[in-house]
Design a protein around this ligand. Structure first.
Ligand SMILES: NC(=O)c1ccc[n+]([C@@H]2O[C@H](COP(=O)([O-])OP(=O)(O)OC[C@H]3O[C@@H](n4cnc5c(N)ncnc54)[C@H](O)[C@@H]3O)[C@@H](O)[C@H]2O)c1
Length: 335
């Protein structure tokens, strides 16, 4: 089946494209390359467009009327940057997504899968969140995700399409076949930073935030191998109608995508040092703007509705990130 992926030249979208291809499906990439990588579109049907380019999106559907579903990954994603530049985050992630959804309704798109984020959850005492847990998005970035969930829900009730919002926890690692991975020069993701320190590109790993009410004071996360995350999207598009049938929901669903295990940043660091084979230089630092103590997923709904659960371990993710960290130098260029 054909699946349109917005943001398909990015870290997660490109991995989803690989997972779709491995299952015999045909990804179609829509990406403006504002942050993404042309290298990740190689050999794929690729439209270098902005999501708000309504005529361009319509052309894609004219040329591929058999698109089964749209996975909407395109967004700006850096939390501290969203604190400094809220306008561009609301414009890109909300205004342009709204425009995309209008176009998708006009072309009769039936299924939208939206990349949402666990960063919209409020903190709960035991850190484990179900999809019904209270929400409290604490940064402009997280608020763009929260707003788009509300918008998708309202539009799905009145439009040609139904929507599934997938709340990702903390994707780490790279495609095991090394087709893509983290691509920014200076990764803001914790594992990307660990890899940079291990490979000598950064002098020291900063544990940002050590006064949280967790078991060791560092933030708690639910690290999920990006390949597991990508496989969940294959399930979400191929099992889209079945997920609605099973849930009884009419037109909108929210599903957590996490491993179901809480791991602190310090525990991740220890696991990384074990895989790497030696200790890294590290220091403790205050939390970054917009940081939160964190959460981990209740992963039951994904199992019940999508027949999906995370299968790969944290060590596998760390190992793939290290491999990608070495390989990407020869695969990607930075200005
Ligand atoms: N990476 C994470 O830790 C994480 C966690 C939770 C949710 N998410 C969500 O997953 C999605 C993908 O994240 P990622 O890590 O792959 O980021 P990424 O920056 O690697 O990919 C985003 C892609 O979207 C494209 N894009 C951005 N704005 C666009 C626009 N207006 N028109 C066309 N293309 C545009 C970029 O060029 C890029 O290729 C995002 O929606 C993000 O909010 C990511």
């Amino acid at each position: 089946m054909k699946v349109l992926i917005t943001g398909g030249a990015g870290y997660i979208g490109s991995t989803i494209a690989s997972a779709l291809e491995d299952e015999g499906h045909r990804p179609i990439i829509l990406d403006s390359l504002v942050t993404g990588r042309r290298e990740f579109t190689s050999g794929r049907i690729f439209y270098p467009l902005d999501i708000a380019d309504g005529e361009g999106v319509k052309t894609i559907f004219q040329e591929h009327p058999d698109i089964h579903a749209v996975i909407h990954c395109a967004a700006f994603i850096v939390v501290p940057e969203s604190v400094e530049e809220p306008y561009s985050y609301y414009e890109n992630n909300v205004v342009k997504s709204l425009s995309l959804f209008k176009t998708l309704d006009e072309v009769g798109c039936r299924r939208i899968v939206f990349s949402s984020s666990a960063s919209i959850y409020d903190m709960v005492p035991d850190f484990m969140v179900t999809e019904e847990a209270p929400l409290k998005p604490s940064s402009p970035y997280a608020r763009t995700k929260y707003m788009m969930e509300m918008i998708l829900k309202d539009l799905a009730a009145a439009s040609s399409f139904r929507g599934i919002a997938l709340r990702y926890f903390n994707p780490i690692g790279a495609d095991p076949a090394m087709r893509s991975g983290i691509h920014v020069k200076e990764p803001s993701h914790v594992l990307g930073k660990l890899v940079d320190v291990a490979l000598g590109k950064e002098p020291v790993f900063r544990i940002t935030g050590t006064g949280w009410p967790t078991r060791d004071g560092s933030g708690i996360r639910d690290y999920i191998h990006v390949w597991d995350l990508a496989r969940a999207h294959v399930k979400a598009v191929t099992g889209f109608d079945e997920a609605f049938r099973r849930s009884g929901a009419e037109n909108y669903l929210v599903i957590n995508l996490g491993s179901g295990k809480g791991v602190t940043v310090k525990e991740l660091l220890t696991a990384f040092e074990k895989v790497w084979g030696s200790a890294l230089p590290k220091e403790e630092a205050p939390p970054r703007p917009g940081d939160v103590a964190g959460a981990y997923a209740s992963a039951e709904k994904a199992l019940n509705l999508l027949d999906w659960r995370a299968e790969m371990g944290m060590e596998e993710a760390i190992e793939s990130a290290l491999r990608w960290g070495r390989e990407r130098e020869s695969r990607l260029s930075w200005d």
